[in-house]
Design a protein around this ligand. Structure first.
Ligand code: MTE
Ligand code: MO
Length: 320
């Protein structure tokens, strides 16, 4: 029996987690055999990726210094071992399970309202896109946060390549569907595959970024290899992992969490400390890997950059 002292930031996490209902159901099904789900190797480095990543030689990439942080970077071992990736399991400990994700071959479809639908292999896409490193904050809706050096490219570069038609208003993104590799996808009460969406104004905003690496290396599977969105002014669930499809549309996409629980999760999901989640406050956040709790900022500290996107949308549910 593993006995271990919880770090302080883990305790409220397990009580506050929005998905607790679902996890509890799963634990009941398992006869509580797991006991408390702990980060078995919290201090240890995660296992090496099971599959060699052919993009490794691209990293590290040059840091773009325009993106600064107000706090220290989260230690790599925490950001790469405390993860949400429901395709694999609904604990925060997905490192081992996620190594089953085959990251090559991997191709990305670009379709919908575009000049020319296409499918592009990830390594060809990486060769075309302007790679850089950016330091971003990340604020999970469950009230924990981290600060991470992502490598990747601005989403607007992919949008420019796709040439959306004039009527396109939204970008819909989809995660892989592979229930053999990702057992969470065998759980039929979830609306798989994971979907997220942005308006085109958001998708072409300078801060919207596609991460393909982190800490100067290719993304580990558990962080959403080989490519995932990072939209740091929004709650973390918007930052969809392991994307296989970008579709341009004139319909607002229905995202995964909204489909599951629209009363708690919406389309916009902008960070706002003054708008509580129906089940907990969003005023503060636990800083991953530390004992600190700090005040959450409007738009996660990116209000100067992004508030303008929402000035004509005040009747929308912008903060859930
Ligand atoms: N496909 C997919 N994307 C996902 C998730 C997920 O379960 N599946 N979880 C989201 C949530 S809730 C968060 S907080 C971030 C976590 O990213 P990280 O594990 O790299 O910290 O991924 C987001 N993207
Ligand atoms: Mo999250």
């Amino acid at each position: 029996m593993l006995i271990r002292t919880r770090r302080r930031w883990e305790l409220p996490e397990r009580m506050a987690t929005p998905e607790a209902l679902f996890r509890d159901r799963r634990r009941l099904l398992k006869g509580l055999a797991l006991g408390p789900i702990l980060l078995a190797g919290a201090g240890a480095m995660p296992a090496e990726a099971a599959m060699e990543d052919p993009s490794a030689k691209l990293y590290p990439v040059t840091r773009n210094d325009s993106y600064t942080l107000d706090r220290p970077l989260t230690e790599e071992k925490f950001a790469t071992s405390w993860n949400n990736f429901y395709e694999f399991n609904d604990s925060k400990d997905v490192v081992d399970d996620a190594q089953a994700l085959p990251i090559r071959p991997w191709s990305v479809k670009i379709d919908g309202m575009v000049a020319q639908p296409m499918e592009i292999a990830i390594d060809d896409l990486l060769a075309k896109m302007p790679l850089e490193e950016r330091l971003y904050r990340h604020r999970c809706v469950e009230a924990w946060s981290m600060a991470v050096p992502w490598s990747g490219f601005p989403l607007k570069a992919l949008v420019a390549m796709a040439q959306p038609s004039a009527g396109a208003k939204y970008l819909r993104m989809e995660t892989f569907m592979n229930p053999d590799a990702a057992p969470g996808q065998q759980q039929s009460w979830y609306p798989w595959p994971y979907v997220e969406g942005l308006t085109l104004a958001e998708a072409t905003h300078d801060l919207a970024f596609i991460a393909t690496g982190v800490y100067g290396k290719p993304l580990p599977a558990q962080n959403g290899s080989p490519l995932r969105l990072t939209v740091p002014w929004k709650y973390g669930f918007k930052s969809i992992k392991s994307i296989v499809r970008f579709s341009f549309t004139d319909q607002q996409p229905m995202n995964f969490w909204q489909a599951l629980q629209a009363s708690e999760y919406g389309f916009w999901a902008n960070v706002n400390p003054e708008v509580p989640h129906p089940r907990w406050s969003q005023a503060h956040e636990r800083v991953l890997g530390t004992d600190q709790v700090v005040a959450t900022q409007l738009f996660n500290g990116y209000a100067d950059e992004v508030a303008g996107l929402y000035k004509d949308l005040q009747n929308e549910r912008l903060y859930a």
